[in-house]
Design a protein around this ligand. Sequence first.
Ligand SMILES: Cc1cc2nc3c(=O)[nH]c(=O)nc-3n(C[C@H](O)[C@H](O)[C@H](O)COP(=O)(O)OP(=O)(O)OC[C@H]3O[C@@H](n4cnc5c(N)ncnc54)[C@H](O)[C@@H]3O)c2cc1C
Length: 534
Amino acid sequence: MTPPQTYDAVVVGAGPNGLVAANHLVDAGWSVLLLESQPEVGGAVRSDRDVHPDFVHDTFSAFYPLAVASSAVTSLRLEEHGLAWSHAPAVLGHPRSDGSWALQHRDREVTASLMDADHAGDGAAWLELCAQWDRVGDQLVEGLVSPFPPVRAGLGLLGRLPAAGGLGFVKTLLTPAAQLGRSRFGGDAPRLLLAGNAGHADIPLDAPGSGLMALLLTMLGQTVGFPVPVGGAGALTAAMARRFVSLGGEIRTGAEVTGIDVESGRAVGVRLADGTRIGAGNAVVADVTAPALYGGLVAPEHLPARVVRGMRSFELDPSTIKVDWALDGPVPWAQAPAYAPGTFHVADSVEQMTEAFSQIAARAIPADPFLLCGQMTTSDPTRSPEGTESVWAYTHMPQHSVRDAGDGGIRGVWDRDDCERMADRMQARLERLAPGFGSRVLARRVLGPHEMEARNANLVGGSINGGTAQLHQELVFRPVPGLGRPETGIRGLYLGSSSAHPGGGVHGAAGRNAARAALAHTRLGRILPQSRRR
Ligand SMILES: Cc1cc2nc3c(=O)[nH]c(=O)nc-3n(C[C@H](O)[C@H](O)[C@H](O)COP(=O)(O)OP(=O)(O)OC[C@H]3O[C@@H](n4cnc5c(N)ncnc54)[C@H](O)[C@@H]3O)c2cc1C
């Protein structure tokens, strides 16, 4: 038998984390092969023209504050590889049922004056929160995108904490999002904006962790904005792929990895669906979900007992329904916002958002789903012809529903009928805020959990974050207790997906952490005698 072709590293999966890992490995002079099962790279960072040929829609993710704030991505200098960013006039908006808006402008002074007009004193409170964040925000972000434990960023954070308010600010970070808004602001504009941003993760708004998520996204909105790649989300991952190939990396698409070969406790290569074997001299980095890796690509008998035990309680994040619309005009808002936002959230109140989260926890399909939405042509005029709008909304569902808390018509099996009914429920929410929305629809696409998983195997059951972001599965508990790092317990195999710390979002940190661990172990392996290599 001919020996398999061998690379220093094989990366499985070309989502943003796989692409970031591949880039960092090729930067170190390694030969790297990136294998992707789909016909194109990008994972959940892709765009297409399937809804309407004149409209670009982001198939999954759309806004990238985490990418522009994360050194794992910025260090790649993707602008030199064709990436350009675009911003909407306002970062974020929340239309209220009376037609008025809660708005976050990129300029904090403008945001503050809008809030003051709503409720005197909230502007000053907003600026104070921004000032506290300025003192520690960059260290906090660096800590989040560093391998756990983040020693250097942690020390930096500790040094600056007194200036940000000391333990008082730590308490702010730990306060649940719903309470955070109530405790610092009198009006509902900042409360809605904070709670809506917390809703990007699946942490209940009355649980610790939701406040940190709220602050992180809201303050990034205030510092770096919510940028989108010019031309579509896929332009971001295309730039990553171009950079990688320009440095000698190799990409194979349509190449599904079906197994990872382990010999004497070490990953030595991968097997493809067509039977091809490829060797990995130093490392295999897996940009796949933890359940797909542990007991899937790697047979259970090769896994340490604690990983097998830990995976029994691994928890996915909720399912997702996403709707894309091509509109023949702008969104006909009942009352136009003072500044047009890229991202907008739909919920009548923070309480209604909390209720939707509770219904999901009770395995019910929400009656009034909380919507996360984007006006993409407003954010980047290249997305559709002038005067039209490329719009999307997504919402979360239980992974396994036991009832419909709405009109009872949705069964939770997510066949075409369920998906279209849910899309109607979501569209009806937009119609109330923007009368005539439906009459502007040229085309609509609904992606339910099955359609998502078919386009990206990591979106298991429509989960978007590689596992719940709740505290019990974060940090040292991600993906199983005791790991919290990319090491898998098998030498030469690293988990580099959103199932690893620090979780979902396009920051590339899990990919860079995996690449760094692989490089460090290989260097160490060359120094240590064979008997001490672990
Ligand atoms: C609807 C939606 C909206 C989102 N919105 C945002 C947003 O606006 N901003 C943000 O920051 N984040 C957002 N996210 C989250 C973000 O997109 C993900 O956290 C991120 O893409 C995770 O990156 P990843 O590289 O770990 O995995 P993925 O992007 O999921 O990529 C994994 C890749 O691995 C491939 N793969 C899997 N198994 C195999 C195999 N066996 N062999 C070969 N290839 C394989 C898949 O095909 C895929 O290409 C959103 C996600 C979704 C689904």
